[in-house]
Ligand binder design. Structure first.
Ligand code: PMP
Length: 393
């Protein structure tokens, strides 16, 4: 038998071993992790809606009215009126003809990509795309061409040199770097080369664009230029589930062919009830985005002054680049001793040599909580900055 224990030990030695922390209490910046109180700067609850009383109330009334279990897949007898109501809301929110509710963003990406591309087709995928896109590409059986991150010139060459059906897929906001894909250039290239463009804006919806309608609308693009967008409800929307939005023809095709849509139990209808309310809050409550932007800007200017290496990101994802995975773990541990939870992100989630602390902000963070993070970073800065200088010599 393969020596699994030895493999795990190697991981540990390389600083790549992953651990699960046990949280308790509702998700908000002040959490209990393995029994200790911590202030978290690592969740994707960007608008602070995950424990919002109105969403909890909506879910509770949904439970009372519709019960708990999804009971069946959508195409057997699980497609509930509440799922349908949510799809209509999401279509209106994204300014698209329709939307299809998936159980998770992971499943949405896998479903869309495997349904729309197969043997004989070619998928073009950004080098920093999310794991669910990578897995969709692998499962599809299509040829996959990875283009360097955001490099539209290389993508143009690849598209020009390829025959047959082409699908281009990209994160909207990149999950580990926080930057935004060059969506306008991608849309132009896809039109020129007759390729279908799919944008997964899991981290953009709720945070970016007019009333949080996402990076595609922020770039001035519509369903005509970007036929399909994928979004998750598990981040800024504060609930769970995901959606694909676009023209009826493609959504119908997905209902027929996306295996991760067809062969799984529908999400509890009450969750869709809560998500409907969440879409309304995301649209209406501009003050959350305003506060979030202020926090992000303050963090960036102060952390840069301390000498930290930040990424060109204007989104709630603000990685502090470290490099070595063991160093990233060490800094994460140091912050934790000061009561702060900021997860170290290491390969294979990010490329080798690019381990980092993925700091994320939420509208539910207060200015005082940001002060606490900055104070802890200020104490750790001299060592991190000096180590970085040494390693670059
Ligand atoms: N796409 C991106 C870009 C993501 O970052 C994630 C989650 N980390 C997903 C898809 C998956 O979404 P979900 O958590 O709803 O499965």
């Amino acid at each position: 038998m393969r020596d699994f224990a030895a493999e795990l030990e190697q991981r540990r030695e390389a600083g790549l071993y992953r651990v699960r922390r046990q949280m308790s209490g509702p998700h908000q910046p002040l959490l209990t992790a393995d029994g200790d109180p911590v202030l978290a700067f690592c969740s994707n609850d960007y608008l602070g809606l995950a424990s919002h009383p109105e969403l909890v109330a909506a879910a509770t009334s949904g439970l009372d009215e519709h019960g708990l279990g999804g009971a069946s897949s959508h195409l057997i007898c699980g497609h509930h009126g509440e799922h349908h109501r949510l799809e209509d809301k999401l279509a209106a929110f994204t300014r698209r003809s329709g939307a299809l509710f998936f159980s998770t963003g992971y499943m949405a990406n896998v479903g869309v990509i495997t349904a729309l591309a197969g043997k004989g087709d070619t998928i073009f995928s950004d080098a920093l795309n999310h794991a669910s896109i990578i897995d969709g590409c692998r499962l599809s059986g299509a040829s996959v061409r990875i283009y360097p991150h955001g490099d539209t010139a290389t993508l143009a060459e690849q598209l020009a040199a390829t025959e047959g059906h082409k699908l281009v897929v990209t994160d909207g906001v990149f999950s580990m770097d926080g930057d935004i894909a060059p969506l306008r250039e991608l849309a132009t290239l896809c039109r020129r080369h007759d390729a279908l463009l799919v944008v997964d804006d899991a981290h953009g919806f709720g945070c970016i664009g007019p009333q949080g309608r996402g990076a595609v609308l922020e770039a001035g693009l519509t369903e005509d230029n970007v036929p399909l967008v994928v979004g998750t409800l598990g981040k800024a929307f504060g609930t769970s589930g995901a959606f694909v939005a676009g023209p009826p023809l493609l959504l119908d095709y997905l209902v027929q062919k996306a295996r991760s849509y067809i062969y799984t139990t529908a999400m509890p209808p009450a969750l869709a009830t809560a998500s409907c309310r969440s879409v309304e809050l995301v649209e209406q409550d501009e003050h959350r985005r305003t506060h979030l932007t202020r926090l992000i800007n303050r963090f960036r200017s102060e952390a840069a002054t301390m000498g930290y290496d930040l990424m060109p990101s204007a989104t709630p994802i603000q990685p502090i680049m470290i490099g070595d995975p063991r160093e990233a773990i060490r800094l994460s541990g140091e912050l934790e001793k000061r009561g702060l939870l900021v997860t170290a992100i290491r390969p294979p989630t990010v490329p080798h040599g690019e381990s980092r602390l993925r700091v994320t902000f939420s509208a539910s963070h207060t200015d005082e909580q940001l002060d606490q993070l900055l104070a802890a970073l200020r104490e750790s800065a001299p060592k991190i900055v000096a180590d970085r200088a040494l390693s670059s010599v």
